[in-house]
Ligand binder design. Structure first.
Ligand SMILES: C[S@@+](CC[C@H](N)C(=O)[O-])C[C@H]1O[C@@H](n2cnc3c(N)ncnc32)[C@H](O)[C@@H]1O
Length: 292
């Protein structure tokens, strides 16, 4: 059994876990869809083709209803009005797909443990960037491995970034539903997670000894120049390139490469490849690349 917590200050905003069941329905015209998908593309780089119409309307319908609009044209005018700039962030949060879980695509974490970490110079700060981190499951998975192999008080840190503000809130709290712990190895669960009791029953919290090494920042990867984040030994960019077209993939990857130390590793999702995207990285094995 792992240690318990019941600190009301760490309390969960349960709204984030409520699945949207109520779905008002609004017709979207081709012109309205084109305008909205162009806006999404210009901001995020995410390509919403016609097959994504249902996804977009499904996600935004509740918002239109809440704002009292009767069609998408009214909503588009509203978000384009500078006075409602915050609504753009709401729209971006609604259209991103944030699917993730702890120890997702576990071969990457085996590679980190078995190949990357044994090769590092002792005592030197080891830095990992989980770009497009979603709710923090990826960043904390990396942190569990680093704490295990480099020590809980060792010289290492993890940066998690994402464009979506609401998933980052959960990431910063480090508070998850118990079913999300299913793939965390039991010894890590016991060592790095606190089990919720009383009103926190059915949840777990990432222990502070891990959280103090992990930092989250909101960051859009689809920009001309990324703000400098320092140099990293490993960059995880997993399961986000699939939403981008080739020019966006190139820009995003080429903007990240300068933040990788020489001989640093760059890891993509299993359905993604950097072939035709960059020449700055050499493939070590499928989905794992290295800066020379
Ligand atoms: C499917 S999740 C992948 C999460 C995690 N990397 C994993 O593999 O489990 C994709 C994430 O990319 C983020 N994302 C999409 N476009 C982005 C952009 N332009 N800049 C930063 N993050 C973005 C989304 O908000 C979402 O959280």
């Amino acid at each position: 059994m792992f240690l318990a917590f019941a600190n009301p200050l760490e309390c969960l905003d349960t709204n984030e876990f409520i699945v949207m069941t109520e779905s008002a329905y609004y017709e979207i015209s081709d012109t309205e869809f084109r305008l909205l998908s162009k806006l999404v593309y210009d901001i995020t780089g995410i390509v919403l083709n016609d097959t994504k119409k249902g996804l977009l309307t499904g996600r935004l319908a509740k918002r239109l209803k809440a704002l009292g609009f009767s069609n998408y044209t009214q909503y588009i005018k509203y978000i384009l009005d500078e006075e409602h700039a915050e609504e753009l962030q709401f729209m971006v949060d609604s259209v991103t797909t944030n699917e993730t879980h702890f120890f997702r695509e576990p071969q990457h974490f085996d590679f980190l443990k078995q190949v990357i970490l044994p090769g590092i110079r002792p005592g030197q700060m080891f830095r990992v960037w989980s770009a497009a981190t979603s709710n923090g499951a990826e960043a904390y998975t990396i942190a569990m491995i680093l704490a295990d192999k480099l020590g809980e008080t060792g010289a290492w840190e993890v940066l998690g970034t994402d464009i979506n503000g609401s998933v980052l809130k959960q990431a910063r709290r480090g508070h998850y539903l118990m079913q999300e712990a299913a793939r965390i190895p039991p010894e890590y669960l016991k060592r790095f997670c606190l089990k919720g009791v009383r009103d926190q029953e059915g949840t777990f919290l990432i222990d502070r000894k891990l959280r103090q090494h992990v930092r989250f920042e909101q960051l859009n990867l689809n920009v001309e120049t990324l703000p400098k984040q320092g140099d990293f030994d490993v960059i995880f960019l997993r399961n986000v390139l699939i939403y981008f077209d080739v020019p966006t993939k190139k820009r995003v990857v080429e903007n990240l490469v300068p933040s990788l130390k020489p001989k640093g590793y760059f890891i993509t999702g299993h359905a993604e490849t950097l072939s035709g995207v960059t020449n700055a990285l050499l493939q070590v094995k499928p989905t794992i690349y290295r800066k020379m």
